[in-house]
Design a protein around this ligand. Structure first.
Ligand code: PEP
Ligand code: MN
Length: 277
């Protein structure tokens, strides 16, 4: 395929469902009452991992008040080290669903295997993590159900590979896919990932699917998260996904990149101003 500029006919042939020409006006994806896509700015926020009822509910109240439309919380955490906290599992899903009901906010959590699907009954949106972007059996299983899927970009995935993963889900019959750039691997080691902001306009031109940005995993350090978030919105992202914790120093995972609730509130305000929404 010609890359620069991309060849529309080739895109249509390789990605008949995901390519922009399948829906030139862009897709609007519903998550509960929330709409993600053109003309919107969706903020997803919450802890990296659900740790306890108190931690989750404190965070949920704060991010909802700050304007988050969707609450996130990891329950089955793929961790680099097998000795790290891997999430509360089923109990975490129960707490997250309960927080969603209590605060009237849809919830998203990462699913790591198709067998877990029945446990995600009370969860509104299913996240595919970067490490699973090319887990094709999982993508197909998520394509055979109707819940919206948040498909994160793999650590070293090209735009075409990411699009092909979306196509796997769409092809099975589920049109509800939202993409999320979260930083890629590069030669520099000063940040956890390298935020590829070009992914926003490029994926929006290649596909009709909404594109969110997760500045938390890209930066890896809370001090830099808000600047990357603002830049992503300026680049035209359809929304942000941000990790927030009331006591980052005590977090069981990714505390060093978690924003305090008040820092998230400031980012939310800045993001709305930048997007004009
Ligand atoms: C996450 O969102 O908590 C997560 C694990 O992200 P990623 O898959 O992008 O590393
Ligand atoms: Mn995390």
């Amino acid at each position: 395929m010609n890359r620069y500029p991309y060849d529309e006919k080739a895109l249509e042939k390789e990605y008949p469902l995901a390519a922009r020409c399948a829906r030139p006006e862009g897709s609007i994806i519903a998550v509960g009452d929330v709409r993600i896509g053109p003309g919107t700015l969706t903020l997803i926020a919450g802890p990296c991992a659900v740790e306890s009822r108190e931690q989750l509910f404190t965070t949920a109240a704060a991010v909802k008040a700050a304007g988050a439309a969707i609450l996130r919380g990891g329950t089955y955490k793929p961790r680099t080290s097998p000795y790290a906290f891997a999430g509360l599992g089923e109990e975490g899903l129960r707490l997250l669903a309960e927080a969603g009901r209590e605060f009237h906010i849809p919830v998203v959590s990462e699913i790591t295997s198709a067998e877990l699907l029945p446990l995600f009954d009370g969860i509104d949106m299913l996240q595919v993590g970067a490490r699973n972007m090319q887990n094709y059996a999982l993508l197909q299983a998520l394509g055979r159900q109707k819940k919206p899927v948040l498909l994160k970009r793999g650590l070293a995935a090209t735009y075409e590979e990411w699009m092909a993963s979306a196509e796997y889900i769409l092809r099975e019959g589920n049109p509800n896919v939202v993409l999320c750039e979260r930083g890629i691997r590069s030669y520099q080691s000063g940040t956890r990932g390298t935020l590829d902001l070009a992914a926003v306009p490029v994926m929006q031109s290649l596909t009709h699917l909404p594109v969110l940005v997760d500045p938390s995993h890209a930066a890896g350090v809370s001090e830099w998260v808000s600047a990357l978030g603002r830049a992503a919105v300026a680049a035209g992202a359809d929304g942000l996904m941000v990790e927030v914790h009331p006591e980052p120093g005590r977090a069981l995972s990714d505390g060093q990149q978690a924003l305090l609730p008040e820092e998230f509130a400031q980012l939310a305000e800045d993001a709305r101003r930048i997007a004009g929404r």
